[in-house]
Design a protein around this ligand. Structure first.
Ligand SMILES: Nc1ncnc2c1ncn2[C@@H]1O[C@H](COP(=O)(O)OP(=O)(O)OC[C@H]2O[C@@H]([n+]3cccc(C(=O)O)c3)[C@H](O)[C@@H]2O)[C@@H](O)[C@H]1O
Ligand SMILES: Nc1ncnc2c1ncn2[C@@H]1O[C@H](COP(=O)(O)OP(=O)(O)OP(=O)(O)O)[C@@H](O)[C@H]1O
Ligand SMILES: NC(=O)CC[C@H](N)C(=O)O
Length: 626
């Protein structure tokens, strides 16, 4: 075969389920940009016309018909270029997740996904039918017939074929069958969710495949918080014969992020432009990038006007506060003041002019002032230390800060119940009730602020608390989103130190010197979370062994004993407590506000970990512990 050169491009798109207008606009922008760069083949992500997260909408026949109409619209934009994009099609009772290839305004065919994603957050077999290897058929839409299946295409004599996201993650991946057919280029339209450190795995799948199958590999992922919980990092990769040619910056605030490169095909292709393999990953840097983008997308896509937060000065609420501040900083950095203000959809024209007139050093703080409102809601049990921590942090990032006490409300409810029961409530007899009423009366006022501002109320629950139900329902769980519900407490604490030291959030100095405490019991008791529960490190270890590694209670104990994390007697007590609280509190996990998937593991019952609300609570297994 003669040497051929193709300009390949992949574009990450920030799509939204069912938002035809915005999704098509992004697709069109990518095609226009590719055309100005003389691209031969443009790859767009999986299911990008509809959005990946349409869930049961994929089962609606009318929805597939509407999607096909939009595809025909896109077809007309694809002049002098080949465009490949993810779209679902319905044939009889079956729905297929496909990559459609359009060249010069003609649809050449649809390649259907062979391996459906079914682990963790993915439930594709609920909607889609897998396609058998090596089979090509035809189907008809509006009197026109199209090929569908395991198709090999050709561009200027270069043979190419697809793997659609999960296809590449299986040992029996389609690439195994593409190679003997002479395929020199594999395209992978993806919707691969973000998780800490996952990009390394993805790099290996792409680069190693290009080495093993001696081909070029073009990969394009979705971008942003598409549908509420799941975040996509917008990764675009181009590799050939084991060498990486292009990689983009992940988790950017753009709608379209296109990368392209000229790739040479032939017996001994010349690979002139290679880039270094992925540098070591810093999970803290990844976390803040993902969290910032997730918050921004959630806010603008839900058409909310900023965030409201009950700020205790403790680690969880402080983490939420700096995440919003960093969202603004990164957004302005990436889009410029005008771009950020416009995209946020919450500012008037006069606002925009005002922000543009500000000196650069003031603009982020002023924007935070408009986008984040915090309130400290003290009680007689609150300390000066947490008040100072909350105030200093809010002021240092520029957030609006209110403070008030809730003792009157606590007293009001307590005396009502005392009147009804005709007895006094005491800490000896009514400990948890007296704690919960404080957490609960903080909810109405903070919700009022959120209503007034049309803002999102941030709930501050973390994964460690969620595991054991260490929160008051309709109290500190109140909120519309739970940004850090997927992150464990130990990670949050070290992350806040990193945010202070590496990103300069000096207002975190106070919280970084506090012990986590609910401050719900009288201060003389020196309540701390770890005294109530167990050391967070151990709680997290048990949680991971139980639910990620799927061990039994006894196996968890054996593992902890092997690692000598605590005296043998304490380990048994901790494991007993964990499983008992875990089972009792499934209903609470069902009621948390939606949280983001940041780790490749989650307790969220609606998208990762299913567990019954009512259960035997491991009574037999715990009774038999050795
Ligand atoms: N299976 C089930 N399905 C549905 N509902 C169920 C249920 N089991 C109990 N319930 C209901 O749950 C209620 C108890 O739940 P809830 O009222 O939330 O209270 P509860 O879980 O009993 O106690 C809350 C715990 O969270 C701690 N906390 C509270 C606030 C803040 C913080 C902090 O870290 O800052 C910690 C507090 O120290 C205490 O240990 C019961 O009264 C009952 O109505
Ligand atoms: N004094 C307070 N003022 C305002 N909000 C509070 C106050 N105390 C508690 N809260 C709210 O209740 C939530 C739960 O408290 P919790 O103690 O679990 O978290 P935290 O105080 O942020 O962190 P830490 O557990 O590290 O102290 C807080 O994040 C905050 O939203
Ligand atoms: N959309 C998909 O097929 C995603 C599944 C794949 N394992 C991933 O996480 O990247």
């Amino acid at each position: 075969m003669e040497e051929t050169r193709l300009i390949l491009a992949g574009a990450a798109l920030n799509q939204t389920p069912l938002d035809w207008e915005a999704n098509l606009l992004n697709i069109r922008s990518a095609i226009i940009e590719a055309s100005t760069r003389n691209v031969d083949i443009l790859l767009l992500p999986e299911l990008c016309i509809t959005g990946y997260g349409c869930e049961d909408m994929f089962l609606h026949p009318w929805f597939a018909e509407e999607t096909f109409e939009k595809l025909l619209q896109v077809k007309e934009w694809c002049d002098n270029m080949t465009v490949c994009l993810g779209v679902h099609v319905i044939i009889g009772q079956d729905v297929f997740n496909t990559a459609c290839v359009i060249k010069n305004k003609e649809i050449l065919g649809f390649t259907a996904k062979q391996f459906l994603a079914r682990d963790g957050i993915h439930y594709e077999p609920r909607w889609f039918t897998p396609w058998p290897a090596n089979v090509v058929e035809e189907f008809e839409v509006k009197g026109k017939r199209y090929p569908i299946g395991d198709i090999v295409y050709e561009e200027k004599g270069v043979k190419y074929a697809f793997e659609i996201c999960e296809d590449a993650w299986r040992t029996n991946r389609p690439a195994e069958r593409h190679m003997p057919k002479g395929v020199q280029l594999i395209l992978n339209p993806s919707a691969s969710h973000f998780a800490l450190s996952k990009t390394d795995l993805r790099h290996r799948l792409v680069v190693e495949a290009s080495q093993k199958y001696q081909c070029a590999y073009l990969y394009a992922n979705l971008l942003g918080n598409e549908s509420g919980r799941v975040i996509f990092d917008g990764e675009v990769l181009i590799a050939q014969n084991g060498k990486l040619i292009r990689r983009n910056e992940l988790l950017c605030f753009k709608d379209v992020d296109l990368e392209c490169a000229e790739v040479c095909f032939g017996p001994n292709p010349e690979i002139t432009e290679t880039i270094e393999y992925l540098p070591p990953i810093d999970e803290n840097a990844e976390l803040i990038a993902a969290l910032s983008l997730a918050l921004f997308d959630y806010m603008r896509k839900s058409r909310s006007r900023g965030f409201v937060l009950s700020l205790s000065g403790g680690a969880d609420s402080s983490c939420c506060a700096v995440a919003v501040a960093e969202m603004v900083r990164r957004g302005v950095d990436s889009l410029g003041v005008t771009g950020f203000v416009t995209k946020a959809r919450m500012f008037s024209l006069q606002d925009a002019e005002y922000f543009e007139s500000l000196p650069q050093e003031h603009v982020v703080k002023e924007l935070v002032g408009r986008m984040l409102t915090c309130a400290y809601q003290g009680t007689v049990n609150s300390s000066d230390a947490t008040y100072t921590s909350a105030k200093e942090l809010a002021e240092s990032v520029g957030a609006v800060f209110y403070d008030w006490t809730i003792d009157d409300e606590v007293r009001g409810y307590t005396s009502k119940i005392e009147g009804a029961l005709k007895r006094e409530l005491t800490w000896e007899q009514d400990d948890v009730t007296l704690q919960n009423i404080q957490a609960r009366v903080r909810a109405p006022a903070i919700w009022m602020l959120a209503n007034i501002k049309n803002a999102l109320l941030l709930a501050t629950s973390n994964r460690s608390e969620a595991a054991v139900g260490y929160a008051t329902m309709d109290g500190d769980t109140a909120g519309s989103i739970s940004p850090i519900a997927g992150i464990d407490k130990a990670f949050i604490r070290q992350f806040l130190i990193w945010m202070q030291e590496e990103l300069g959030y000096l207002g975190l100095d106070y919280v970084n010197n506090l012990q986590p405490t609910a401050e719900l019991r009288p201060s003389s008791e020196n309540q701390t979370d770890e005294k109530d529960l167990m050391p967070y490190e151990i709680l997290n270890m048990i949680e991971r062994l139980a639910w990620y590694d799927r061990l039994s209670p006894q196996q968890v104990i054996d593992q902890l004993e092997k690692e000598k994390v605590a005296p043998v007697k304490s380990i048994k007590g901790y494991v007993h407590k964990f499983y008992t609280l875990w089972s009792r509190n499934q209903w609470k996990r069902e009621r948390y506000a939606p949280g983001f998937h940041l780790d490749d593991y989650n307790l969220d019952p609606r998208s990762w970990l299913r567990y019954p609300i009512l259960s035997g609570g491991f009574r037999e297994e715990l009774g038999k512990l050795k």
